[in-house]
Design a protein around this ligand. Structure first.
Ligand code: PXP
Length: 257
């Protein structure tokens, strides 16, 4: 039986996106982070993009100075982002692929082909005491590469599962994508990698991922912030938290029955 607490990292990028649409300071992502903490988040996640379309450098300083929760900073593997991470020393850094033209992070890192490039960044972040994760597709070769890079954590990109769910709900494509995630999470345990998951999760898609015993953390942003328009940020996060906890408890109960 594994009923370990499943951590929720709330990604506050899209509070900043709305602020940036007008300039100025409203809505403030740091205020959102405080509210997320009060609603049951275990951590705050933010992606500092090369084009700063979400959070800014100043937001990172403010988050680190005024939030008690651990900050998971998502960054591309570039010298600029490494310098910023080493200056701010967040609790964790998640290395993500980044293309300037993409609307969102479209797929996982290529940890296999990018081994030599990534090795330098993983090493520098690790040496600074920052917990490093690699955002990869649920693909065994990518996980083996992450382990060879000595990254302690991987975050599985679950976007393909969430997209399949939009099309066929609980149909064959969704089940196949979910099976890939379940298999990848089991492989993480064998490879000694802590397993996280994220991208595209909603109230409708979170439970099967939350039920996977090896998954220790979910990072969720866009849906929570979008839903907050209708029910408020506090209610949006609390509902997600409760769906996660319920799925985890039910899965633990089923395994021990
Ligand atoms: N995890 C990582 C590594 C991401 O890049 C993102 C998107 O920025 C998320 C989680 C959150 O995805 P979403 O905003 O779709 O919930």
């Amino acid at each position: 039986m594994n009923q370990t607490h499943l951590r929720l990292g709330v990604n506050i990028d899209h509070v900043a996106t709305i602020r940036n649409a007008r300039g100025g300071g409203h809505p403030d992502p740091v205020r959102a982070a405080r509210q997320a903490a009060a609603a049951g988040a275990d951590g705050i996640t933010a992606h500092l993009r090369e084009d700063r379309r979400h959070i800014s450098d100043n937001d990172i300083s403010r988050l680190i100075d005024s939030i008690d929760l651990p900050l998971n900073l998502e960054i591309a593997a570039t010298e600029e982002m490494l310098d910023i991470a080493l200056r701010h020393r967040p609790h964790a850094a998640c290395i993500v692929p980044e293309k300037r033209q993409e609307v969102t992070t479209e797929g996982g890192l290529d940890a296999v082909g990018g081994h030599n490039h990534l090795q330098y960044y993983v090493g520098k972040l690790r040496d600074a005491g920052i917990r490093v994760s690699l955002f990869v597709d649920p693909d065994i070769a990518q996980l083996e590469a992450a382990a060879a890079l000595r990254a302690p954590v991987v975050e599985l990109h679950v976007g393909a599962y969430c997209e399949a769910h939009l099309e066929d709900r609980v149909g064959a494509r969704t089940q196949a994508e979910l099976a890939r995630i379940v298999g990848a999470a089991a492989a993480c345990a064998e490879l000694g990698l802590e397993c996280h998951a994220g991208h595209g999760l909603t109230f409708d898609t979170v439970a099967p991922v939350a039920a996977i015993p090896q998954v220790m953390e979910l990072n969720i942003g866009h849906f929570l912030i979008g839903e907050a328009i209708f029910c408020g940020l506090d209610a949006s996060i609390r509902r997600m938290r409760s769906l996660m906890d319920q799925a985890r408890a039910e899965a633990g109960g089923a395994r021990s029955a």
